[in-house]
Design a protein around this ligand. Sequence first.
Ligand code: SAH
Ligand code: MG
Length: 207
Amino acid sequence: MNEELLQIAKATKGFMPDDEGMALYNYALDMLSMSRSPMIEIGSYCGKSSVYLGAAAKEQRSVLFSIDHHRGSEENQLGWEHHDPELYDPTTEKLETLPLFRKTITLAKLDESVIAVIGNSKTVSRYWNIPISLLFIDGGHSLFEAMGDYLGWSQFIQRDGLLLIHDVFEDESQGGRAPYEVFVAATSSKSFKEIDTVGSLKVLKKL
Ligand code: SAH
Ligand code: MG
């Protein structure tokens, strides 16, 4: 991966370990060399994972639509475990990550490769109808949110396309179980086959 982009990804606030970020980049690059259909990311936050996926999109002349309402998940709100006071907007009493996301994408020169979609991921999915090459689920971590993203978006992944799920922990003490439940639903549906695991990132192929 381009060294400048890698340094930007590493310096960006967020929840994406370096090795899992590199896996996002490598799988996206590989996928897009076979199909240039757009990729979807759910959970932009400040753009950390978007830089890894966006770097691949730029190299392969495809695009990443990165969806987030930019108001943070439950665990990012005031008083919760993953709250960042620098991202708190006292006017709305919620998080505000859009300005930082935009700064990250522009600094990385990815404005033509990463398109911000601002809104609830499930609402957007109801109006979507384009086949996608890769879906990365890293949005809300409640069962309702995570399963809603899977049910709303996985139908658009084309054959041999990829489904990547972040924060998959079988053991509840390591994190919420919802992404794991999504992983189980996907593999038991017979529509997806697990092909790799990198940290908490699961990589599945659409059959
Ligand atoms: N991929 C990021 C981390 C994402 S954190 C990284 O690499 O650092 C999860 C994000 O999902 C938060 O920014 C939150 O605002 C967003 N989110 C949660 N529920 C959502 C929903 N229903 N629709 C859109 N975005 C949502
Ligand atoms: Mg995550």
